[in-house]
Design a protein around this ligand. Structure first.
Ligand SMILES: [Fe+2]
Length: 459
């Protein structure tokens, strides 16, 4: 990531570089518009932050020059100035600046604006546009120009070819002619909008026919815009950016909504688990601890953020089935008899049945179901062995064992971490998966609970 900061005051440049330090971008500096314009032509930048009032060439002129060059115009420009009359700000926006931040607000707003603009710009660069037209010249002209603006472009000669491409590549916007052989634009649009997974993709229709009825018909069928040929390619790019940016905001909202729902779900699960653990004096905080350790192990192993979240949820829920076990057994002081132990052993199955109808928690199902399986096949409920036990269930089993050992139970005192490591090392390969135990030791080492030398002893 490279950002160019343009300001005639060196202290302002330093301040901006300081504010942007969390982004970890490579910051270059220029003293005026002229220097900056030369720099952006030789080096690629992801954003330019410029003062307005500068000697030699001011920020507005710099912005205009950058936006005039097709290969540079995709660079987002943020204007920063204390000279914030409406007139100056408007001149900046007219010249093509994406944002304006008054110097008085730089500390508060600049970082957030830059982060937003950069994510939006990288969003455009990842977008693939499918151009469908039977004329080779039109295809070549449009795809050439769109590529220069930074879009990825695919081409098709008719609707049928377009569908083939849509089946192979992820397309973000379609630009389609109306009159074409094999499958024309009307049939293409009709079929396209019938398909659930692609009907949200914007389609721009283009045609030499400027009859208002045809235009209305295409719009009713779901075309996002209708362009009459010949049209200006720059206006096409503005239109594409507008449609993609609407799409971007829509996706962003959906993502935020999903994240919010997931947070709410995790809160509900946590209160449910707290209620469950309140029944049993000894297991207070157990699920939370197991969840933290298992998630930490997943993270250390290089799992994706999504996977870590899944492990966190699954581990938090691992003992949910204890809801179905009688208090008299759950809280019985001392050791359990065979009958009572058989009852306790039902909890993975009960938990699995509770969660099965909740498809949003699908990732937690196998953790809940198999966290008491043993690596040697002598566990419960299924008696599966080795790597037949799902990986995350094997990992949660180690975290579960460690936390149970480290805390007091009705039948045993709390073990010190060192004692718990000894026990875990002893059951490595019989009760617990060796790879998961290794990962657990690495994690404990990372947390500073297990010292380096002791780890070697355990290996
Ligand atoms: Fe359990």
């Amino acid at each position: 990531m490279r950002i160019l900061v343009v300001d005639d005051s060196s202290s302002s440049r330093r301040l901006i570089a300081d504010i942007l330090s969390p982004i970890e971008a490579e910051i270059s500096e220029a003293e005026n518009g002229q220097d900056a314009f030369e720099t952006v032509q030789s080096t690629h930048f992801d954003a330019v932050i410029t003062d307005i009032d500068m000697p030699v060439m001011d920020g507005v002129e710099l912005c205009k020059r950058i936006k005039e060059k097709p290969d540079l115009r995709g660079i987002p420009i943020i204007m920063v100035s204390k000279f914030d009359s409406d007139k100056a700000i408007n001149r900046g926006f007219e010249a093509g600046a994406s944002e304006y931040v008054p110097k008085s607000q730089v500390r508060l707003q600049l970082l957030e604006r830059v982060q937003h603009i950069i994510s939006e710009a990288s969003f455009y660069q990842d977008q693939t546009i499918l151009v469908v037209d039977d004329s080779y010249t039109t295809l070549k002209l449009i795809s050439g120009r769109l590529s220069r603006y930074g879009f990825r472009v695919k081409t098709a000669r008719n609707g049928e070819e377009a569908f083939k491409i849509l089946g192979q590549t992820q397309i973000n916007l379609v630009l389609s002619d109306v009159f074409m052989p094999v499958m024309d634009g009307i049939e293409f649009l009709h079929t396209f909008k019938q398909t659930e997974y692609q009907k949200h993709i914007p389609v721009i229709t283009m045609s030499t026919n400027n009859d208002r009825r045809s235009i209305r018909k295409m719009q009713e069928m779901g075309s996002a815009a209708y362009l009459i040929k010949p049209f200006n390619i720059d206006s096409l790019v503005v239109l594409i950016e507008k449609l993609l940016s609407d799409q971007y905001l829509l996706l962003l909202n959906e993502k935020e909504q999903l994240e919010q729902e997931q947070r709410a779900m995790l809160d509900n699960i946590t209160s449910l688990i707290t209620a469950l653990e309140a029944r049993d004096l000894y297991t207070k905080g157990h699920s939370e601890n197991v969840s933290k350790i298992a998630a930490g192990m997943a993270e250390l192993e290089g799992s994706s953020e999504e996977e870590v979240e899944q492990v966190k949820r699954g581990a938090l829920l691992h003992d949910i089935g204890k809801i179905g076990i009688a208090d008299s057994i759950l809280n019985k002081p001392g050791r359990l008899n065979d009958e009572e132990y058989a009852e306790i052993k039902r909890h993975p199955e009960i938990g699995y049945r509770i969660l099965m109808p909740i498809s949003r928690l699908e990732d937690a199902h196998s953790i809940v179901h198999y966290h008491h399986e043993r690596f040697d096949g002598k566990g419960y409920p299924s008696g599966i062995a080795g790597k037949d036990i799902p990986k995350w269930a094997r990992i949660v089993a180690v975290a579960d064992t460690y936390d149970a050992l480290s805390n007091e139970r009705s039948y045993k005192r709390a073990f010190s971490p060192h004692e718990a490591f000894e026990v875990i090392n002893e059951v490595k390969g019989s009760q617990l998966c060796p790879e998961s135990v290794e990962l657990f030791f690495e994690y404990m080492k990372k947390c500073g609970i297990l010292q380096k030398e002791t780890l070697n002893e355990h290996k």
